[in-house]
Design a protein around this ligand. Structure first.
Ligand SMILES: [Zn+2]
Length: 179
């Protein structure tokens, strides 16, 4: 057979035909009664390769989502990380006459960050402590960039991209939020 071999475990049980499942350890487990020859089980598994691939992908996506939504760090750590990112990126993105006047944290339903251009206050969604640090960094670069270009126009996105060429990937990670 040209196909690469699929690894699986066989359980001998009184079941009708051949059954297959994926256990919590991500192993493929095939149940079949004694008497069904191994080559038949092997054929069954090969025939269901699509199902296995799809199911494993689904399981992995779910696990990634769940682990992403666990708290990555405490609120205190989020504050420190935010301060450090702002200190760093402010010096790169902004000229010295522009700076955020205050940074505050709030749970927000629809936004990851807000920049008030008039007051210079930046609000960070405190739920960002459940997302990778690169997401927090993206939100900060985004909000600081608003102090240069207030609207989401081409110049704005060019500025974001200049500093974070992979910002689109970071946005994708943020879309894991399940609300
Ligand atoms: Zn914006």
């Amino acid at each position: 057979m040209i196909d690469s071999k699929i690894n699986y475990k066989v359980e001998r049980k009184k079941v009708k035909g051949i059954r297959m499942r994926i256990n919590p350890q991500n192993e493929i487990v095939v149940s079949a009664r004694i008497g069904i020859p191994l080559y038949e089980i092997d054929q069954f598994v090969s025939k269901n390769r699509d199902w296995i691939d799809k199911t494993l992908l689904k399981i992995n996506a779910r696990k990634e989502k769940e682990s992403a939504l666990k708290e990555r760090c405490s609120n205190e750590t989020l504050v420190v990380e935010t301060e450090n990112f702002i200190k760093y990126w402010q010096g790169i993105i902004l000229t010295s006459d522009k700076f955020p006047t205050r940074v505050r944290f709030r749970k927000m339903k629809t936004r990851w960050g807000v920049c008030n251009i008039k007051t210079g206050v930046i609000t960070i969604n405190s739920e960002l402590n459940k997302y990778p640090k690169v997401c927090l960094e993206y939100v900060i670069v985004h909000e600081l960039s608003h102090l240069v270009h207030s609207a989401h126009n081409k110049n704005f996105w060019n500025l974001v991209e200049k500093h974070l060429p992979n910002y689109k990937q970071r946005i994708k990670l943020l879309s894991l939020k399940s609300v």
